[in-house]
Write a protein that binds this ligand. Structure first.
Ligand code: GTP
Ligand code: MG
Length: 316
């Protein structure tokens, strides 16, 4: 897809934080337009400052409302914040966030907030790559915090989770079904659990369920924190920001643009190889499977041989 050619001064204006240039640059990288590559090259030296927060959780958990509350909290800290909403089921700019800003009388600050929705369909190179490039553009434009909101629906969250420095899973206080859903999909990726809708009487139970779940696992390094929030009133949001800062301070949290790409390549390669091996059938694979089943071959050696079969087929 080709967009309008980008004006010559786009890079300079983007780096100066100009909103129009930022929007055009995002469209270019989203569309994979021919302008995107030179643009990304030009801004490359200027990225790596943004802190990327991933916010995910089941539908209706309060992600957008919480994102709005986080925007207020970061605005109060004098920061500029961008939000990338992936597949929002309700319009993020028209709903919770705008309402929140108006309520808080932050018209002056709107210049410091940039909100963009992206749809997960239609990216030849994959949603996570496109999102990574959008993050780079926002980083270049000087947004100190970039929030990526996704609906907790499995694989795409895990993928998007790879892009974030800190992953917040929003778990609505409830009867436990949500905790089950999170267990099955989002457990691996949470750095922080926000037990939202903590104005509900079920908050304590939900927090207990999550704490029990965390206790059963062996974490090396950071142990996920649980923070209770009422996104609609802002209660607990300062504690959430503190937990995010603590995660940042714990080291290893800040991944930066290069590490983001590294993770994407690692995940993409793993998916691709798995897909190839799933579909692969050959006498050589049969022999390998039998040898593996008998225990004649060590697991790592089996993986190496399976990979060699895939690469061999790729070459022909
Ligand atoms: N009582 C209560 N309601 C809340 C809280 N946070 C959000 N809500 C309400 O829950 C509903 C869903 O909130 P959203 O912020 O749109 O949730 P979401 O997770 O972004 O939803 P999707 O993007 O559609 O998956 C809205 O009606 C909110 O007003 C909270 O802490 N307490
Ligand atoms: Mg939402």
């Amino acid at each position: 897809m080709m967009g309008e050619p980008l004006p010559d001064d786009t890079v300079a204006r983007l780096l100066a934080g100009d909103r129009g240039a930022t929007a055009r640059a995002i469209s270019a990288v989203e569309n994979d337009a021919s302008e995107a590559a030179p643009l990304l090259r030009a801004v490359h030296a200027h990225i790596g400052r943004a802190r990327v927060l991933g916010i995910t959780g089941p539908p209706g958990a309060g992600k957008s409302t919480l994102t709005g509350a986080l925007i207020s909290a970061y605005l109060n800290r004098g920061m500029r914040i961008a939000v990338v909403a992936v597949d929002p089921s309700s319009p993020i700019s028209g709903g919770a966030i705008l309402g929140d800003r108006v309520r808080l009388g932050m018209h002056q600050s709107e210049e410091r907030v940039f909100i963009r929705s992206v749809a997960s369909r239609g990216y030849a190179g994959g949603l996570s790559r496109a999102t990574a490039r959008v993050i780079d553009v926002l980083d270049a434009a000087g947004y100190g915090v970039v929030i990526v909101e996704t609906v907790g629906a499995g694989q795409s969250d895990v993928e998007i989770g790879l892009l974030a420095d800190t992953r917040v899973v929003v778990c609505p206080a409830g009867l436990g079904d949500e905790v089950q859903a999170i267990k099955s999909g989002l457990l691996e990726i949470a750095d922080i659990y926000a037990v939202n809708k903590a104005d509900s009487p079920f908050a304590e139970r939900t927090e207990r369920d999550l704490a029990g779940m965390i206790q059963l696992r062996n974490y090396t390094g950071w142990i996920p924190q649980i923070v209770r929030t009422v996104a609609t009133s802002g209660a607990g949001v300062e504690a959430l920001v503190e937990a995010i800062s603590a995660h940042e301070a714990s080291g290893g949290a800040r991944i930066g643009p290069r590490e983001r790409v590294h993770r994407l390549i690692a995940a993409g390669t793993a998916d691709w190889v798995k897909g190839c091996i799933d579909l692969h059938s050959s006498p050589a694979l049969d022999v390998l499977c039998e040898a593996y089943a008998r225990g004649d071959i060590a697991p790592r050696e089996a993986w190496r041989k399976a990979l060699a079969l895939v690469l061999d087929r790729e070459r022909h």
